[in-house]
Design a protein around this ligand. Sequence first.
Ligand code: ADP
Length: 393
Amino acid sequence: MAADHILVLNTGSSSIKFSLFGSGATELLLKGRIENLFSGPTRFLVQDAAQRPVHEQSWPEALDHAAGMTALLAFLDARSSGEGLRAVGHRIVHGGSLYSGPVQLNESVLAELETLIPLAPLHLPHNLAAVRAAMRMAPGVMQVACFDTAFHRSQPALAQAFALPPDITDRGIRRYGFHGLSYEYIASSLPEADTALAGAKVVAAHLGNGASMCAMDAGRSVASSMGFTAVDGLPMGTRCGAVDPGVVLYLLVQLGMDVAAVQDLLYLRSGLLGVSGISADMRELEASDSPRARLAIDLMVYRIGRELGSMAAALGGLDALVFSGGIGENSVALRAAVCRDARWLGVELDQGANADPGKGVARISTPASKVSVWVVPANEELMIARHTLDILG
Ligand code: ADP
């Protein structure tokens, strides 16, 4: 670890994912994760840029974020000349309406971010725990916050509004949108693949365990399927996506479920897992011949198609469609089904290119397709490293 290295951290409730970039934030050196925090046995796995394993460690007990960070920094120190890191970039799930771009972390920014915890109670406390641990353990190193909401702050006011009275909106209850770092990376990659896309109307679908879509006009977000929370929009691995808010009231009042049970249902027992009753993992559903697995996939495809029409309307047209995230990058069948349903928009898939898009950014539509279709491998980490470098100046 030389003094010009940038560490990128993505901390969740049970894991710390990290990437280490070389100077210029262009070269990925190492990537890894510490998993099973708080439940144990905690495992620490590191790969090099070619995905070869370079380190593995485990603890029988459950480590917390601070202990995980200690292990990570000790590992990085042991591999280096001991000169230290240049900066740490953190993925922070929520920047509220305060932050429309990355920011250097200090005590006053941390205090502001703590006021946003009610907006993302399942994620933000874990993000901030990692920030505090990193600030304590690497006191001289600049720490930068990169927000998943920031990219969407450019949306028109209408796109950010709910039809609720102002005293409710004033309490922060509005549409924020998430996966912004992924969409920002897509927006930066497309013009490199095709310069004509710099000013284009693009809909991108980030389809991983969490799934969302974003409409971008000339690289700026104009609409997103996730709103106040990351449970809105598309059906996901275990999250339901958009449901009529009346359903939540019915669950509480008529079915007598308590708030914790409703939260558990909407976030952890719905989506692909809930509908199929089999798995949240798309690979398992695609391999299954169960009608419920089929229904779960069909529902995801149908809702992507509905959202695509809505986003084309928000954009007033459509030039390109992008697939990203674990499902978007790997599921040939899901891409084919979405593009089949989007023929009315002028989408014409190249079946051969779709079956084997190769690595990196790839066009998978025919040359004649009115709307070009792309696969862009997600790379939020690189986006965070670039932002961190920018803040370093
Ligand atoms: P996360 O949102 O946690 O980062 P990923 O982006 O890794 O998740 O996406 C995980 C999803 O990608 C899972 O549903 C997984 O089944 C799916 N996936 C990964 N590889 C394939 C594949 N070859 N075919 C279909 N789905 C895949």
